[in-house]
Design a protein around this ligand. Structure first.
Ligand SMILES: NC(=O)c1ccc[n+]([C@@H]2O[C@H](COP(=O)([O-])OP(=O)(O)OC[C@H]3O[C@@H](n4cnc5c(N)ncnc54)[C@H](OP(=O)(O)O)[C@@H]3O)[C@@H](O)[C@H]2O)c1
Length: 334
């Protein structure tokens, strides 16, 4: 089967949305437009937010409180779309109610929390996956195909960048240590996960960062080392909009991935023998692919996706933990 089958061919599943924030709205639209899944309920801490979200996204049931959402018998799978600091608690809440769970990236604040969630999922026998949507996009499937086929030879270098000009507002969750803010967990997780996807677990992690006045990382540059001859150079910032491009280079050629490399996009493969190959972007929206992956795997009766395994998520979190240790960012209570 193709790695990114049409999301409309995935079996129906009934979603409950936990947290009526920004990305939850984008997810709801993508699911409604591009899959056969149903959005059956939304849970918010505030009645007015739940009702506004339900009206905007045509969701029949609203819950005030997340417990009520996860205990709703109509819900098969819960999409956790809260700040990073809350992911562990909200994922555990859904797992305890016997629900399958898709948890927004970064999966948790750190690797130890991720392990706790997966241990609970294993005991409960439910499906859990990090919502690292990039892994399920058509251009990423095509990238794996050409890299695995040896089109660029042995991979020696990977570069990836994710910078956004986010509002400079110390009250925003991105600036709040207690909500596990900072560029790394919001934006830098994409380049780090991309490197893990193509190169695996690094042998070494080296990071340099600059912090906000609130003590979270504003921007970070990371070098991951693999063996004697391969490196990934990754950058992230929440202080500037950057080209958000990526490149994978090998002994026989290189691939330039257009910005935004982590969203549906195109790429160009250029071999040293002069051959050139391009992949055209099939569309703008992309969250439906991860949603379809959940529906397919739940229908198969498995608890994890082979494209975003529990171990992959833990390894990415370990790299993020090491980066934060080096740049000097710890969240309260860690
Ligand atoms: N996949 C992507 O492209 C993408 C893009 C952006 C963000 N994200 C990820 O999605 C998650 C949420 O980001 P977002 O930008 O959607 O955030 P957001 O707009 O601030 O929404 C987060 C929601 O979480 C709920 N919440 C629960 N506890 C909270 C607390 N203590 N403080 C604040 N909000 C709390 C709130 O919903 P209620 O008030 O309704 O309960 C809030 O609306 C993060 O993990 C982020 O990294 C992913």
């Amino acid at each position: 089967m193709a790695r990114t089958p049409d999301p409309r061919t995935a079996p129906p599943i009934r979603w409950g949305i936990l947290g009526a924030g920004g990305i939850a709205g984008t997810f709801a639209d993508a699911v409604a437009e591009h899959t056969r899944a149903q959005l059956v309920a939304v849970g918010s801490r505030h009645r007015d937010r739940a009702e506004r979200f339900a009206t905007a996204h045509h969701i029949p049931t609203t819950h005030v409180g997340y417990r009520q959402l996860v205990e709703d018998p109509q819900v098969d799978a819960v999409y956790v779309a809260t700040p990073h600091s809350e992911h562990k608690e909200h994922a555990l809440l859904a797992i305890a109610a016997g629900k399958h769970v898709l948890v927004e990236k970064a999966f948790t604040r750190n690797a130890a929390e991720a392990q706790e969630v997966f241990d609970a999922a294993r005991s409960a026998g439910v499906f859990v996956m990090e919502a690292m949507w990039t892994r399920f996009l058509p251009h990423v499937a095509a990238l794996h195909q050409v890299v695995d086929a040896g089109e660029i030879g042995d991979v020696l270098s990977l570069i990836a960048d994710h910078g956004q000009l986010l509002p400079h507002d110390p009250r925003n969750r991105l600036y709040a240590p207690e909500l596990a803010g900072g560029a790394l967990l919001d934006l830098g997780v994409y380049p780090v996960s991309f490197a893990h996807d193509f190169l695996g677990v690094p042998d070494s992690v080296t990071a340099v960062g600059q912090l906000t006045e609130t003590g979270v990382d504003g921007q970070v540059s990371i070098v991951l080392g693999y063996g004697e001859r391969t490196q990934a150079s990754l950058t992230t910032t929440m202080w500037a909009r950057t080209p958000t491009v990526a490149a994978i280079s090998g002994t026989e050629g290189f691939i330039s991935v257009a910005g935004s490399f982590y969203a549906p996009t195109s790429f160009r493969l250029q071999r040293h023998d002069g051959r050139v190959w391009t992949f055209e972007n099939p569309g703008r929206k992309g969250l439906q692919y991860e949603a379809a992956e959940v529906a397919r795997r739940v229908a198969e009766g498995v608890t994890e996706s082979p494209l975003m395994t529990w171990d992959d998520t833990i390894q990415v979190m370990r790299t993020l933990d090491e980066v934060r240790r080096q740049v000097g960012v710890a969240y309260p209570g860690e």
